[in-house]
Design a binder for this molecule. Structure first.
Ligand code: PEP
Ligand code: MG
Length: 879
């Protein structure tokens, strides 16, 4: 089996097409070599070798050692240097690279091949002893940590013991020599002896990179990003080039476009006289490459090394047009010569992703279909992130670099575990760190936002937060984090663990307290263009679930072409309405129910009118009352007394009534049309309110298209009976008001029995709308209220990857939907069918509903753009 793929001298065994086999980094190194770009020579060990390593008890595939030796020999020939040589020593970097980028998850070893002899040779050849010994101490530290698994704090302690507070960067050559001796002593103490033989170092480093694929943090990252467990990692063994060889050397990262906004601006950071790890770790503060974003900086690469900068500009243009996507490039300058160490499609904020895709269509680089295909639909929800309310009081206590946009508030925590703990208790948290590392991923995942006092836009915290679509502020040097005392200082202010702060990831501002945010404005440019292309391709229409005029207005702005679900019970959350609703539920006879209803009527009429106005000319589907009773009734003793007082009854009497109404399983209880059957006057009142509102607004010139929907129907007889109540009332009202308004009557399909008898149900329905929340609950036989208690374990045990309430269960519930569509249309071939459960805004569900022949999906307003793009993806066969 061929497991070593060579690259160097303009030739490569692999190419960009070999991502699965060589990993992203390896495939792109091969491709850049073929393009004739300056890539240090080397070879990539395949992901197959990695998989073999784990499948065969940590052993290499047969012949791999020999192939590695041949690989090394070819690099020696290419460079004229010798691995382990004491004249012109060849050093290697050994770096991981999986098929899917897992930033910072896996390990790297630099300067491999150094020992007491080769370091002298390097010093002599380069004429820079300090550089050679600095490289050696870096190698000992990195090899010790990554390969020999000696905790990095032991090296830090050894350094402190010798040089107190001074950092390695400040030491002279003799001091560095002492430090190397101390580091070797740390290694000898921990593992017996330091392997001076470069071959032993190389083999051990390859093993370590393989192993790093399977660490807990890497597995967690894969799980949370849906990356397959068996993709393996490639190992890239590449001749070292040195960015730390003095003032004519440097290292840096560059993005061909701004990864925050997507603007077509060449953007990046560099550090003179440094190695790549210094930039990525965020431990040094790099300089901008140019003045595009930072007009005042005088230390740009453009000014300091104009020729290198010019070469880099040409390379980045070449790479972007070759890959037809924004690139994230790592480079090193060794004594004035530019080398490329990596290119990949750059991570970007959701807003930047949209901007770049749309710009590239306009620049003629990609097609509209390409642009649509490049954006994962769920990303669009993040483009529309909350912003700070401009009118809100805010006390800015510090400022850092804006690393990922959006505003977030939460309680301060300083450690990943604490973040998880508080999150589990239902709290919003902001993770505050000096800088983050891959160990913090879990904490970052559950935080609302991330703040670090160190680092820059290309540091770990920034890159990961951007990928997660979370607000992030980095490099906030004016805050002082004290982990020990669990607090940070920002000027005069002390913020302790558990205090609220607010971050604005678009400006970098850090504010005290919980500053109110506003829902984000509709995108005016790139996103609406992208969505217009999406609408051209989509067959499914997208409606919204909205219960107020304001939500309906927002939904319309986001492109909804109707309301697919107005949950009328949600109109009762304000105090006056809630009181009326409670009276209604608690009423024991027709008279008191009628009294409560007379209070409900004007409230509902007003709300319906607002929605009709917002949706002028578009259909509005109103669902008749489906109250899970327990959500509206008091439970705690003090609440019971208060409600009794409020309703003018004795608390004992109220308690008795609550006892009567108590249900063991309210989700399967007296709700939906069951309520309409037992108290038809409730539905009649709602229909009256709806039709009166419709007449009122149509007299204002608004075009109303009401659709009245009956919930939780199990059998056709229920719908037949409810339809009669609805039609009788609607006709009565229209007769009284001498108006004619067309309306439709339909049903939710949310019980398995309704699906199985949909041909009969359809006899009384002008439309169906799947309530997949209940349908999923009823098909699985769990209660939506309780399932999280045991479903987490299902995920933990790997039985399920996501909850069927979040991602549509195509295999099971899908069959019920297909059956209902087929039977329903057997009775009424033109039956209009939609879905208004949560799955209406979720790409897996939308892909399925497209195939099942539905007419529309309906989802919460903020997910309308997601659904529009997913509907296009479905039409393009991408989901
Ligand atoms: C549903 O069941 O999918 C639905 C939309 O109704 P609700 O969530 O209000 O029960
Ligand atoms: Mg329901």
């Amino acid at each position: 089996m061929k497991v070593v793929y060579q690259f160097g001298g303009g030739e490569a065994d692999g190419s960009a097409a070999d991502k699965q086999l060589l990993g992203g980094k390896g495939a792109n190194l091969a491709e850049m070599t073929r393009l004739g770009l300056p890539v240090p020579p080397g070879f990539t060990i395949t992901t197959e070798a990695c998989n073999h390593y784990f499948a065969s008890d940590h052993t290499w595939p047969e012949g791999m050692e020999e192939q590695v030796r041949t690989g090394v020999a070819r690099v020696e020939a290419d460079t004229g240097k010798r691995f382990g040589g004491t004249e012109k020593p060849l050093l290697f970097s050994v770096r991981s690279g999986a098929p899917v980028s897992m930033p910072g998850m896996m390990d790297t070893v630099l300067n491999l091949g150094l020992n007491d002899e080769t370091v002298e040779a390097l010093a002599l050849r380069s004429g820079r002893p300090r550089f050679a010994w600095d490289s050696y101490r870096r190698f000992l530290q990195m090899f010790g940590d990554v390969v020999l698994q000696i905790h990095s704090s032991r090296f830090a302690r050894a350094c402190r013991e010798l040089f107190a507070e001074r950092e390695a960067q400040e030491l002279d050559v003799d001091e560095l020599k002492l430090l190397c001796v101390a580091y070797k002593r740390v290694i000898d103490g921990a593992v017996g002896s330091f392997p001076a033989d470069p071959w032993k170092q190389l083999y051990a480093a390859i093993d370590a990179v393989f192993r790093s694929f399977n660490t807990q943090r890497a597995r967690y990252y894969r799980r949370t990003h849906g990356i397959p467990e068996d993709c393996g990692t490639g190992v890239n063994v590449q001749a070292m080039v040195f960015g730390n060889m003095g003032d004519t050397s440097a290292t840096g990262v560059a993005f061909t476009r701004d990864p925050s906004s997507g603007a077509p601006i060449f953007f990046g950071e560099w550090l003179p006289n440094a190695q790549g790890e210094d930039v990525v770790a965020g431990t040094h503060t790099p300089q901008p490459l140019n003045n595009h974003r930072d007009p005042d900086s005088t230390e740009t690469l453009e000014r300091s090394m104009p020729q290198v900068y010019e070469a880099l500009v040409q390379v980045q243009e070449r790479l972007e047009s070759h890959y037809r996507d924004m690139q994230d490039i790592e480079f090193t300058v060794e004594d004035g010569d530019l080398f490329l160490l990596q290119t990949r499609n750059g991570k970007r904020t959701p807003a930047a992703a949209v901007q770049i895709a749309v710009d590239m269509v306009e620049e003629g680089i990609i097609s509209e279909d390409d642009a649509l295909g490049r954006i994962e639909p769920s990303l669009l929800e993040m483009v529309l992130r909350p912003v700070l309310d401009p009118k809100a009081q805010r006390k800015v206590i510090g400022k850092g670099l804006p690393a990922s946009p959006g505003a977030a508030s939460g309680r301060v925590v300083f450690h990943s575990e604490e973040a998880q703990e508080l999150h589990d208790r239902g709290e919003q948290v902001i993770l505050v760190r000096l800088e983050t590392s891959p160990e913090d991923i879990q904490g970052m995942t559950v935080s609302e936002g991330i703040l670090t006092s160190r680092g820059v836009q290309t540091s770990h915290a920034a890159v990961v937060a951007r990928g997660m679509g979370k607000p992030c502020v980095v490099g906030a040097t004016d805050i002082a984090v004290d982990y020990g005392r669990q607090l940070f200082y920002a000027g005069d202010t002390v913020i302790r663990r558990g205090d609220w702060i607010t971050l604005d990831g678009s400006t970098g501002e850090i504010m005290e307290g919980n500053v109110p945010t506003l829902p984000p404005a509709t995108d005016s440019g790139a996103m609406s263009r992208l969505l217009a292309w999406a609408d051209d391709r989509a067959r499914l229409q997208v409606r919204a679930n909205a219960d107020t005029g304001r939500d309906a207005q927002r939904a319309r702005e986001l492109g909804a072409v109707g309301i697919g679900l107005c949950r009328t019970e949600h109109m009762f959350f304000q105090p006056v309405a809630l009181r009326a609703m409670r009276q209604l539920i608690l009423a024991e006879d027709k008279r008191s129910r009628q009294r409560a209803l007379s209070q409900v009527l004007p409230i509902q009429r007003q709300d319906f009118a607002a929605i009709f106005r917002a949706m002028n000319g578009l259909p509005v589907t109103v669902r008749l009352l489906d109250p899970p009773l327990h959500e509206f009734l008091p439970a705690a003793p003090e609440d019971i007394s208060q409600v009794a007082d409020d309703l003018g009854v004795r608390p004992e009497r109220l308690r008795e009534r609550l006892e009567q109404l108590h249900e063991s399983n309210p989700m399967m209880g007296h709700r939906g049309c069951r309520l309409g059957i037992t108290s038809p006057e409730i539905y009649a009142t709602q229909v009256r309110a709806l039709m009166e509102a419709a007449v009122e607004v149509s007299r204002e010139g608004v075009v109303v298209l009401p659709e009245i929907m009956v919930p939780l129907v199990a059998m056709s007889e229920e719908l037949e009976s409810m339809r009669k109540v609805i039609v009788d009332t609607a006709e009565l009202v229209l007769g009284e008001l001498h108006e004619r308004i067309d309306y439709r009557v339909g049903t939710m399909i949310e019980l398995p029995r309704a699906c199985l008898t949909a041909d009969r149900v359809a006899e009384h329905a002008d439309f169906f709308s799947f309530g997949t929340n209940d349908l999923t609950q009823m098909a699985w036989g769990f209660s939506r209220d309780d399932m999280s208690k045991f479903f987490n374990d299902y995920m933990h045990h790997g039985l399920l990857r996501t909850s069927p309430l979040a991602t549509f269960d195509v295999e099971g519930v899908g069959q019920l939907v297909e059956t209902a569509v087929r039977l329903g249309r057997k009775t009424r071939p033109m039956l209009k069918v939609g879905i208004c459960g949560e799955h209406g805004g979720e790409p897996v569900g939308i892909g399925f509903f497209h195939k099942a022949g539905l007419d529309y999906v309906s989802c919460s307003p903020f997910r309308v753009p997601v659904a529009r793009l997913a509907a296009a993806h479905a039409a393009l066969g991408l989901i």
